[in-house]
Design a protein around this ligand. Structure first.
Ligand SMILES: C[S@@+](CC[C@H](N)C(=O)[O-])C[C@H]1O[C@@H](n2cnc3c(N)ncnc32)[C@H](O)[C@@H]1O
Length: 207
């Protein structure tokens, strides 16, 4: 337990030192070290983006606005900007993923598709495993639904879920929409947490 706290303190200190607004930056960094899903000029949609650490990492990979890419972040809460590493290639909106439409998201970008949709969404945890699991699956399913409407063919998806009874069914739903979909647990994720990130590659649009 003490070792776990030490590791988490380490990530917290590193986030501060490097200028990230949260230690979750290291989870996305690990995912992107494993799979280079963001390239300069890409269009990235970040669902549940506050306080903005994933936005910062995404902006670093997308590059400056002059490269032509964009990061669009959405959250119930507002994101305090400017964020370090992000310039005018970042747009944030305060909104509920269950209320926003794919068309509204695309209208904000003047593009027809995103290259990557990622979701680190989480409702306030109840501490009750089943409740947290089902809530996370509910949010993840909405992320998958929106991804299905806004991703380009071959695009990618990253989504957080808390493992539990519905996890295999949700993984199968991801596999039905992507060439490959696999669960990944970053080292920066707390050992005692059941959170997993499903990474989908090679989006197959519905016919
Ligand atoms: C773990 S935090 C995300 C951290 C973020 N990835 C970062 O690196 O800074 C989860 C976020 O999901 C957001 N969220 C939960 N339900 C949502 C919903 N229905 N619509 C939009 N955002 C939601 C919460 O407001 C919260 O800010």
């Amino acid at each position: 337990m003490a070792a776990t706290r030490e590791i988490q303190d380490h990530y917290f200190r590193e986030a501060k030192r490097l200028g990230y607004v949260a230690r979750s930056a290291f989870k996305l960094t690990e995912i992107l070290e494993k799979k280079s899903l963001i390239r300069p000029g890409h269009y990235v949609l970040d669902l549940g983006c506050a306080p903005g650490a994933w936005l910062q990492v995404a902006c670093q990979h997308v590059g400056p606005a002059s490269k032509g890419g964009l990061v669009l972040g959405l959250d119930l809460k507002s994101v305090r900007t400017p964020l370090r590493f992000c310039d005018e290639a970042l747009i944030t909106r305060e909104s509920d993923v269950f209320k926003v439409t794919a068309g509204e998201l695309l209208d904000l970008t003047n593009r027809r598709h995103f290259d990557l949709v990622m979701s680190d969404m989480m409702a306030s945890t109840s501490g009750h495993h089943h409740t947290d699991h089902y809530q996370s699956i509910h949010l993840a399913r909405r992320a998958l639904e929106l991804a299905g409407e806004v991703l380009r063919a071959g695009g990618s998806f990253i989504v957080k879920v808390f493992e539990g009874a519905e996890y295999p069914a949700f993984l199968a739903e991801c596999r039905a929409r992507f060439d490959k979909a696999k669960g990944f647990k970053p080292k920066a994720s707390r050992n005692e947490s059941t959170e997993m990130y499903i990474i989908g590659e090679g989006f197959v649009p519905a016919k």
